[in-house]
Design a protein. Structure first.
Lengths: 664, 152
């Protein structure tokens, strides 16, 4: 019964999606308000139906109805309810359903908050239609190709269950956040197509789309970081990123999305880069789809498991439609896409933004090339050439360093011209000296690459700090606010600008962690008998005991490891090595002692048959905690930048935007 | 055309050149970076049969090989930290030595990807060892990103 309801809801969602996609353009071209209202209702109905289908699958998962194939494959009796819920996105059908629900939600939001601004009235019908096309595509797949509500011939007694490696909090929050990112990139794409269709290619829609682009970007970035953190705490190899094709596939749209955030600002302020922005929006959306294609088609060999599912080719067809459609529309509207101004000076903020764009796009192209390289060479040369991690490290390091340098330069440059550069250089230069000095003397790090990386991070951090200090000082002078209140109000009153600086600060913190753990990682593998110890860096780890117990679905083996510095005991770590009886496999639970300075990471790699000795993988990852702190700041900064301005501020924002018109 | 606008045009062009020069330099550096990266990190992806047919010629060359793990062949020496096993593809079987412990889910029938060199004695010296998930989970192939990195 419930499967019928779910399946029917999907079919109806398909019908309403198609209706929205057809009526929207009609409402737009004929300027018919009644049709627009109808398209809005249809978008909301699509959301309601997608919600119904999703709710049905959730109920089936939680009630463990093993006659449903999807439930049988992803849930079993010993699974905790929260992971039975998370099984919604553990398989292909479920994750497509989640994607549908998210796109339908965003389409519903678009229709719900019907805006009064003229640009929005012109664009909305077409944007709703594009959202309808996307929900229609997903509903089509779910109804006919990758069906979550299919039944087995008979009810099974128990399900296969979730891979034990997935039973980690990471499974609960990483996939939905990532999918929110993929889904949210549909909205900027929808508005971009709408702007082309409605011939409204002025700066207004760019301002409107900015917040959506930020939401998608923030969710995607956060999703990637959450995945990295999950890998770090769950998988026991001590790293968080391996340049695996599936990881790369999610990084590529984030990189082009970052470029987009910057070039959108240029179009808003100066009317430049119109064609470039259209390409970036279409490209970023296409890369989100490509991420699914790559993981579904079996085209790229990866350590992640893929069935050679046919849905990869549906995604390929959609990618072709997205790119060719954008190209066709852009050619048709080419006269409107011309910029009426030109860049005046390379040494200006827009010049630096252009370079930023090139670097991010270059990085995306490099990662894409490395990811599809085996398939490409296999096709062209007959013998597939694989690229190891060394390729990615080698290419991304200089590009990332150049980006950090630019991040430090941008706030110093004025729009159109460099401005008064010299006075702004003193404080950041001082930060470099102090930062690098502290590093060499305090942490004893002096590899050339580390000095360059930390120097650049300190430099960029210095310019951001300077921006805050100058802004706060100016504010105090005007308002006479207390010294602690001025910087706070500075951020609250200028959310776009200082939210952006917070995000930049987050990127620097992440860079700090990546550099520290990348260049100064210490890794040892030691086999210890009970009571024995081994020195790793400044620490001594002692194997003190092993306890085994039978839990519901697994045999747990918990090792007790004492951690000493000199003769002082500073802590106890309890890494586990668990055998999952149902699936007959081992999975380890890592133990980490994390400080701001470094992580001590201990995982059990093997236990001797008689239990007399245990092999540990011990790592020291310097500055690792800053990566996750950076993630939190990233979230905070993105929220600040997205948060709508107070009503009174709208006028002021318009005033800031006004000079653009006179410049053009 | 009025002289003023002519001058403005010339002035604008001059600066555009600077932007173009920066872009071209960036592009050249980028292409160099890609090519040098490929040179440093490319390895041939070969089957066990191809690797063994090459015989002595293959010895010492970098390669990436995929095969199914033979469960009984796994042996790990805690003293030296050396892992040895065999992987199979069809009729062919390849002995592999890897310095390190077995990854999780390392068991009979697992699909193994190794990167390294074929030694003169016909043993493959692996520098990296990765696993694809057993086919059992492929029916429920997870979403991108839904499975932890480095494993499934």
């Amino acid at each position: 019964m419930m499967t019928d309801v779910g399946h029917t809801a999907l079919l109806l969602a398909l019908v309403f999606s198609v209706y929205t996609a057809l009526v929207g353009p009609l409402a737009g071209s004929r300027r018919r308000d009644d049709l627009l209202a109808s398209a809005r209702h249809s978008a909301v109905a699509t959301f309601a139906l997608a919600s119904l289908a999703t709710a049905m699958l959730i109920v089936l998962l939680l009630s463990r109805d093993y006659q449903v194939r999807y439930v049988y494959q992803h849930v079993n009796a010993s699974l905790q309810p929260i992971y039975a819920l998370a099984a919604l996105w553990a398989g292909q059908e479920g994750s497509l359903l989640l994607w549908l629900w998210l796109v339908a939600l965003l389409g519903g939001v678009m229709a719900w908050r019907a805006q009064r601004a003229a640009w929005s009235r012109d664009l909305e019908p077409y944007a709703l239609a594009v959202m309808g096309l996307m929900t229609g595509f997903l509903a089509l797949l779910l109804a006919f190709v990758s069906r979550p509500f299919d039944l087995l011939p008979a009810r099974a007694l128990d399900g296969v269950g979730l891979n034990p490696l997935l039973e980690n909090p990471g499974m609960i929050y990483h996939p939905p956040v990532l999918f929110l990112g993929y889904a949210a990139y549909t909205v900027p794409f929808a508005y971009a197509i709408a702007a082309l269709m409605a011939k409204r290619l002025d700066a207004d829609w760019v301002r409107g789309v900015r917040r959506w682009a930020l939401l998608a970007w923030g969710a995607l970035g956060l999703g990637i970081l959450l995945g990295a953190q999950w890998a770090y705490v769950e998988l026991g190899w001590g790293g968080y990123w391996a340049w695996d094709p599936v990881e790369n596939a999610s990084l590529i749209p984030w990189l082009t999305g970052t470029a987009l955030l910057h070039s959108l600002m240029i179009q808003e302020r100066r009317g430049l880069f119109k064609v470039w922005n259209q390409s970036l929006i279409a490209g970023t959306f296409a890369f989100c789809l490509f991420a699914t294609f790559i993981t579904r088609s079996g085209m790229v060999q990866s350590v992640h498991a893929f069935g050679g599912s046919p849905i990869g080719y549906y995604f390929l067809a959609l990618i072709a439609l997205v790119l060719l459609g954008t190209l066709g529309l852009a050619v048709a509207r080419r006269s409107l896409l011309q910029s009426h101004v030109e860049m005046e000076d390379a040494l200006s903020r827009e010049g630096a933004f252009l370079l930023t764009n090139l670097l991010f796009t270059g990085l995306a192209v490099a990662v894409l090339l490395g990811t599809v390289f085996p398939a490409l060479t296999g096709l062209l040369m007959g013998a597939p050439l694989a690229l190891g991690q060394a390729f990615f490290d080698r290419v991304s390091e200089p590009l990332a360093l150049a980006l950090i340098f630019l991040l430090g330069v941008c706030p110093l440059l004025g729009w159109r011209h460099a401005g008064n550069l010299r006075s702004g250089l003193i404080a950041p230069a001082g930060a470099v000296v102090i930062g690098v000095g502290a590093l060499v003397l305090g942490l004893n790090m002096h590899q050339p690459l580390a000095l360059v990386a930390f120097g650049l991070i300190a430099w960029a951090g210095g310019t951001i700090a300077q921006e805050f200090v100058r802004g706060a000082a100016a504010r105090r002078q005007v308002t006479g606010e207390a010294f602690w209140k001025a910087p706070l109000n500075l951020v609250i009153r200028n959310r776009r600008r200082y939210g952006g600086y917070l995000v930049h600060l987050a990127i620097l913190l992440i860079a700090l962690g990546v550099t520290g753990a990348g260049l100064y990682k210490v890794e040892r593998q030691v086999t210890l008998r009970r009571g024995e110890g081994a020195n790793v860096g400044p620490y001594q780890v002692r194997f003190e005991g092993l306890v085994s117990e039978i839990a519901q679905d697994k045999e747990r083996h918990i090792a007790t490891v004492g951690v000493y510095v000199g003769n002082t005991r500073i802590g106890t770590l309890r890494p586990e090595y668990n055998y999952y009886v149902n699936v007959r496999q081992f999975a380890s639970e890592v133990a980490i002692r994390s400080t701001l300075r470094e992580d001590l990471y201990v995982a059990v790699a093997a236990i001797a048959q008689d239990g007399s000795s245990v092999t540990f993988r011990v790592l020291i990852n310097p500055l690792m905690a800053w990566l996750w702190i950076g993630g939190a700041v990233l979230l905070a900064g993105t929220v600040v930048a997205i948060w709508p301005a107070a009503p009174g501020r709208l006028g002021a924002e318009a005033a800031v935007a006004a000079p653009r018109r006179t410049a053009a | 055309m009025m002289p003023l606008s002519d001058a403005a045009l010339r002035g604008r062009r001059r600066v555009s050149y600077r932007v173009i020069v920066v872009a071209v330099v960036a592009l050249v550096a980028f292409v160099y970076l890609i090519i040098s990266g490929i040179r440093a990190a490319a390895v041939y992806s070969v089957t066990i049969a191809e690797l063994q047919t090459m015989g002595p010629a293959a010895a010492g060359k970098g390669a990436r090989v995929t095969g199914l793990l033979e469960g009984e062949s796994i042996s790990w020496d805690a003293g030296t930290g050396r892992l040895s096993f065999r992987i199979r593809e069809g009729e062919r079987s390849l002995p592999v030595i890897y310095q390190g412990t077995q990854p999780e889910m390392f068991r009979d029938g697992a699909e193994v990807i190794v990167e390294g060199r074929l030694g003169a004695d016909g043993t493959f010296q692996a520098t990296t060892l990765e696993l694809k998930c057993p086919s059992k989970y492929e029916s429920g192939a997870p979403a991108q990103g839904a499975l932890p990195r480095k494993l499934c």
